[in-house]
Design a protein around this ligand. Structure first.
Ligand code: SAM
Length: 333
C-alpha cells in the first residue's frame, strides 16, 4: 500500500518516537488530570495483552523505523507484565531506546529489575517537594514513595533521571526555584510542562495556566538561565543552562510555544489505537485487525495510513479547537 518504510506524514515529518500506554489506570489522582473518584477504566478485554502490545511494538521498530519506545499510562508501573514487556522490547533488533514515564510509586521495588531488563531511562512526574502540597495535588500522601523511587532509579543506573513538573496557579506556582534547587542537589534534570487542555474534568483554561514566560520570570529571581547550545531537534523541551551550566532546566511550552513542526511522536493507547497527535480527535484502530488475524504487513500499512491524517499543528489556539474526548491518562502522556 505504501512505498515508504517509515511513519511519514503529509508535512514530511517522520515519527520515530513511540509512546506506548500500558494502562489507563493510575494510583494517583492529580487534580489537573483526573477527578477524585477516578474514571471508568477500560474493560480488561479491550486492553492489549502483553503479546499483542509486543507484536505492535515489534512492527513499529522493525518495519516502521521507530527508534525510541517510551512506556507510559495511566501509571505504567501498575501493569503487571511491565518488566517482561521492557525485556522483550529491549531484545528487538534493531534495539530501540527504552524509557518510562512514571509517578515513581513502587519504583523503589522495581527500578533494578527494569534496568536489568534493559530499560534505559525514567522520567518521573513530581510537581512539588512539599508533602502537604503533594497530597493536595495528587490527592494521595505519597511524596516519600516518589523520593524513594527517584533514588532507586539513580542507583539502578536509569539516568539521566528527568523530573517533569506542572505548575498550578495558587497551588505550587511559587515553587519553581525550590523544585529546581532540589533537583540540582540530587542530579535530576527538571523540566516544567505547561498545563494542557487534556484533563477529564475539562477544568483547563488559558487564563489560569502558568505560562513558560511566568516560569522563566520565577526562575530568574534565583538563577541565571541561558539557552543551552545543543540543537533542540525534535525534543519537546527548550533547554537552558543553569548559572552557566553544566546543569540544565527544561521548559515544555506546548501551549504558548508549540513545537508541532518538529514533532516526531506517535502514540499507541492501551486498547490498541494509534494516535498521531496528543490532541488528535481521531484514532486508528489496530486492535480489531490484529485480533482478526491481520498480517504484520497489513498492520504496518494501517499504521502508515494513520499518520497521513496528522495535522500540521495541535490547534489549541484555533477558535475551533476541541479537546480530545480521551483524557491524558487514557492517551498516555
Ligand atoms: N503516571 C505517569 C506519570 O505520572 O508520569 C504517566 C502518565 S501521566 C498522564 C504523564 C505526564 O502527564 C505527567 O507528568 C503528568 O504530570 C502530565 N499531565 C497530566 N495531565 C496533564 C495536563 N493536563 N497538562 C500537562 N501535563 C499533564
Amino acid at each position: 500500500m505504501s512505498t515508504t518504510r517509515g511513519l511519514v506524514d503529509r508535512f514530511g515529518r517522520t515519527a520515530a518516537d513511540l509512546r506506548v500506554s500500558l494502562t489507563d489506570r493510575c494510583n494517583l489522582r492529580c487534580s489537573y488530570c483526573m477527578p477524585a473518584e477516578g474514571l471508568d477504566w477500560l474493560p480488561t478485554d479491550d486492553v492489549l495483552t502483553d503479546d499483542e502490545v509486543l507484536r505492535l511494538i515489534g512492527i513499529a521498530v522493525q518495519q516502521l523505523g521507530v527508534r525510541e519506545v517510551r512506556f507510559t499510562g495511566g501509571e505504567p508501573l501498575v501493569r503487571r507484565g511491565l518488566v517482561d514487556i521492557v525485556r522483550r522490547t529491549s531484545q528487538l533488533a534493531p534495539r530501540p531506546e527504552t524509557s518510562l514515564t512514571t509517578n515513581a510509586l513502587g519504583l523503589q521495588r522495581t527500578a533494578q529489575a527494569l534496568a536489568d531488563a534493559g530499560l534505559d531511562r525514567v522520567n518521573v512526574s513530581l510537581d512539588t517537594v512539599r508533602r502537604e502540597d503533594f497530597a493536595t495535588i495528587t490527592r494521595r500522601d505519597r511524596l516519600h514513595d516518589v523520593v524513594a523511587g527517584l533514588e532507586a532509579a539513580t542507583a539502578a543506573g536509569l539516568g539521566p533521571v528527568k523530573v517533569n513538573a506542572v505548575l498550578l496557579r495558587g497551588v505550587n506556582d511559587n515553587q519553581a526555584p525550590e523544585l529546581l534547587r532540589w533537583c540540582l542537589q540530587r542530579g535530576y534534570q527538571l523540566r516544567f510542562i505547561e498545563q494542557m487542555p487534556l484533563d477529564a474534568q475539562h477544568g483547563w483554561s488559558r487564563e489560569k495556566m502558568i505560562t513558560a514566560e511566568e516560569i522563566f520570570a520565577c526562575l530568574d529571581t534565583e538563577f541565571d538561565l541561558s539557552p543551552a547550545e545543543e540543537p533542540r531537534g525534535s525534543a519537546p523541551a527548550e533547554l537552558f543552562l543553569v548559572d552557566g551550566g553544566p546543569a540544565t532546566v527544561g521548559v515544555i511550552a506546548s501551549v504558548t510555544r508549540p513545537f508541532c513542526g518538529d514533532c516526531d511522536r506517535v502514540r499507541l493507547t492501551a486498547d490498541g489505537q494509534v494516535r498521531n497527535c496528543l490532541f488528535a480527535r481521531e484514532e486508528s484502530d489496530l486492535r480489531t485487525p490484529l485480533r482478526e488475524g491481520a498480517s504484520d504487513q497489513e498492520l504496518a500499512d494501517r499504521w502508515r495510513v494513520a499518520m497521513l491524517g496528522k495535522r500540521a499543528g495541535h490547534g489549541i489556539d484555533d477558535v475551533s479547537f476541541l479537546q480530545p474526548s480521551r483524557p491524558m491518562s487514557a492517551i498516555g502522556g
